[in-house]
Design a protein around this ligand. Structure first.
Ligand SMILES: [Zn+2]
Length: 217
């Protein structure tokens, strides 16, 4: 989650955060614990998917109790470098597919072999083999149902008000909004994987961009 360091006040002024954090980490931790456990309690009624983890449902209440008595920590820190690096960091999670192609190493006789990391066993890399259908089932668990969105915006970034409010914010902050940068497919691929696919990896010959069968989406 990214929270801006300020916002619009009701009398339409830009309100800057103070010298300290926008929200005290301790308050946020408690709030987070409260909300999380509240919804966990609600989910108790619908636990079919998780019963293997909670072998006995009767243990659920004592688990909840333990969790209420623990101090929770919300990891909250200033942006490491610039705002842009924060966005890039988050973008790696929000705009990536559940499994990258290079982890899939083989497909034979209806069985998919892929690399995975076993965090319970010293983060070792292992190979798992699954029937293709089971592999697809698990992969598709990561695909959101129709009308679900992965990214939500609130406040002055809410889609209903964004156009006007962002303009207002940049006016109040005396900030020129940058031009939208539109990359071509080739530029985007180069930026994402760091490889110029118009250059042959073996002889270094550059392919004419017109010869590439790429169409812009
Ligand atoms: Zn070549």
């Amino acid at each position: 989650m990214i929270v801006p360091g300020g916002g619009l006040s009701p009398d339409v002024k830009w309100k800057e955060r103070g010298k300290k954090f926008f929200l005290p980490a301790k308050v946020m931790s408690r709030k987070f614990r409260g909300k999380f456990l509240y919804y966990l309690k609600q989910a108790k009624l619908d636990l079919n998917g998780s019963q293997e983890y909670l072998a006995e449902l009767s243990q659920f209440d004592s688990l909840l109790n333990t969790l209420y008595h623990k101090d929770w920590y919300v990891y909250c820190k200033r942006p490491f470098k610039t705002t842009l690096s924060v966005l890039e960091y988050l973008g790696r999670y929000t705009h990536r597919v559940a499994m990258s192609n290079h982890r899939i190493i083989d497909y034979a006789d209806g069985i998919v072999s892929f690399k995975w990391r076993d965090y319970k066993d010293g983060s070792q890399e292992k190979v798992m083999k699954l029937p293709a259908l089971e592999f697809m089932r698990r992969f598709l668990l990561h695909a959101l149902p129709p009308q679900f969105t992965k990214i939500r915006h609130y406040g002055f970034l809410g889609s209903a008000v964004k156009a006007n409010k962002l303009r207002l914010c940049s006016k109040l902050l005396n900030f020129l909004r940058p031009e939208k940068i539109v990359l071509s497919t080739l530029e985007l691929i180069k930026k994402l994987i760091g490889i110029d696919i118009t250059v042959c990896p073996s002889c270094g010959h550059t392919l004419s961009k017109r010869a590439l069968p790429l169409t812009l989406p």
